[in-house]
Design a protein around this ligand. Structure first.
Ligand SMILES: [Zn+2]
Length: 125
């Protein structure tokens, strides 16, 4: 059965399902205006550059399972920004310190939401 689906899709059903879920998530993030990168604050313009990221490393958490599935620890980012950040894991002492570190990105995102996409493109290339 799955071999027939693979033959029809040209890829495995698991790969197709993951690709579909990512496209749906990106579409919804775009419609909700949540398609701004957690790392750089710029708009994520294509599904190919869209990634789901943990704000704080779940692997370094005291409770990795809880941190992995904690939706408050999830953000969206450019795949490139996410990958670059993976090599520079920053561990904050507490939530207050983490939130303070994210302030410039959130401010940029709020400014981008309130202006035209032309302005966003001008500040984010
Ligand atoms: Zn980015």
């Amino acid at each position: 059965m799955s071999e027939k689906k693979k033959a029809v899709l040209g890829i495995s059903l698991g790969t197709a399902a993951n690709r579909l879920r990512k496209a749906l998530l990106f579409s919804m993030a775009h419609r909700l205006k949540e398609d701004f990168c957690f790392r750089c604050g710029c708009q994520i313009e294509t599904v190919d550059e869209f990634s789901v990221e943990h704000k704080e490393s779940w692997q370094l958490s005291d409770n990795p399972v809880e941190a992995y599935f904690d939706l408050k620890n999830i953000s969206f980012s450019h795949l490139g920004c996410n990958s670059r950040a993976a090599f520079r894991v920053k561990v904050y002492a507490n939530k207050k310190e983490r939130d303070a570190a994210g302030w410039p990105r959130r401010a940029a995102r709020r400014a981008a939401k309130g202006s035209s996409s032309t302005t966003v493109s001008a500040t984010c290339s």
